[in-house]
Design a protein around this ligand. Structure first.
Ligand SMILES: Cc1cc2nc3c(=O)[nH]c(=O)nc-3n(C[C@H](O)[C@H](O)[C@H](O)COP(=O)(O)OP(=O)(O)OC[C@H]3O[C@@H](n4cnc5c(N)ncnc54)[C@H](O)[C@@H]3O)c2cc1C
Length: 297
């Protein structure tokens, strides 16, 4: 099995890319244009998200399957437990296996519609992501990753307990964790320190979304659950009426964030591509990441 962690090279920083499953033919074409443009850069792996409540079940399976069969890239499927019984989860995992998928990001997920709405587990389903990790590992020869939150998960009230839960789901059988978005590297580095203090050294990959438009920036706020930091808004707010200048400054900020993370020895950078290649390519090119960047000794 080729595991995502096997693609992380000691002493080097590589990169990976996240896509979402297309909802129609137009989106399918857009996605595949991005896939083809990113493929020559040889990302360590690419992942495809899973819609809340299984809304994208078949599209996620089809997309990762197609990536496995028609490209040279290593695909990873996201899977969430929302509104799924364990039998349904097992069925999805079986379908992934028959598409040749061996890497899965195990996520509990949010209630469809309102992410902060009451979480009601399926009566025959899972309660937290650690259970999903154990189930996937018990159902076959899979490598499993989990989600991590530098700014703390919006449902958590205490960062230390949340870190204990993260360690728990890593020790349930995960090989690595992928972090939610952040713009201040300190939050990511503190999370890494808290894991190390608990003797948990599984690779932690920062999530990066290159900033290209005000809309992307507001998506950051929505996903990270925190306001845009002043040092970023001071640069970008004056440029909102000038799309070209905004984009150039956003790419520069994103590149600088990645440079700092590389200097801190992260094994990989996980780019949220929004199914477009251009911005990810620019940052990857700026950093020389296609070849893998040497980390400081
Ligand atoms: C990298 C990444 C990829 C994502 N991909 C998707 C996707 O494809 N589709 C999608 O719908 N959503 C996705 N999400 C969003 C995700 O569904 C939400 O953030 C969700 O609320 C949390 O899922 P989780 O797996 O982290 O949950 P969990 O790890 O189960 O945590 C949920 C909450 O419960 C707490 N907790 C965990 N374990 C325990 C325990 N044993 N006892 C008590 N409390 C506990 C945690 O601290 C946290 O507050 C992604 C998020 C990230 C960071």
């Amino acid at each position: 099995m080729t595991r995502v962690v096997d693609r992380l090279q000691p002493g080097r920083t590589v990169f990976s890319v996240e896509f979402f499953p297309p909802r129609n033919d137009d989106e399918e074409q857009i996605l595949w244009k991005a896939v083809r443009e990113l493929e020559p850069l040889d990302p360590a792996y690419v992942s495809v998200t899973y819609g809340a409540g299984g809304s994208s079940r078949d599209r996620t399976i089809r997309t990762v399957g197609r990536i496995a069969q028609e490209t040279t890239m290593l695909p990873m499927a996201h899977l969430t437990g929302v509104d799924h019984s364990k039998d349904e989860l097992r069925h999805v995992v079986g379908s992934l296996a028959s598409e040749g998928i061996q890497n899965v990001l195990a996520i509990r997920g949010d209630p469809p519609g309102d992410p902060m709405g009451e979480w009601i587990p399926h009566p025959d389903g899972i309660l937290y992501a650690d259970e999903l990790v154990r189930l996937i590992r018990s159902w076959g020869d899979f490598s499993v990753g989990v989600a991590a939150f530098p700014h703390m998960h919006p449902r958590s009230t205490d960062i230390e307990t949340e870190t204990d839960h993260l360690v728990n789901k890593i020790r349930a059988g995960s090989d690595f964790a992928v972090a939610q978005l952040f713009l201040q590297p300190e939050y990511f580095l503190r999370l890494r320190d808290r894991l190390a203090a608990r003797d948990c050294h599984a690779p932690l990959l920062p999530g990066v979304m290159p900033i290209t438009t005000p809309k992307v920036l507001s998506k950051f706020q929505h996903l990270a659950g925190v306001p845009v930091p002043t040092e970023v808004s001071n640069v970008l707010d004056p440029l909102v009426e000038d799309p070209k200048a905004f984009r150039a400054a956003g790419i520069e900020l994103s590149t600088k964030l990645c440079e700092r993370l590389i200097s801190e020895g992260v094994p990989g950078l996980h780019f949220y591509s929004l199914n477009r290649a251009k911005a990810t390519r620019e940052v990857v090119d700026n950093l020389g990441l296609a070849e893998g960047v040497l980390q400081p000794a």
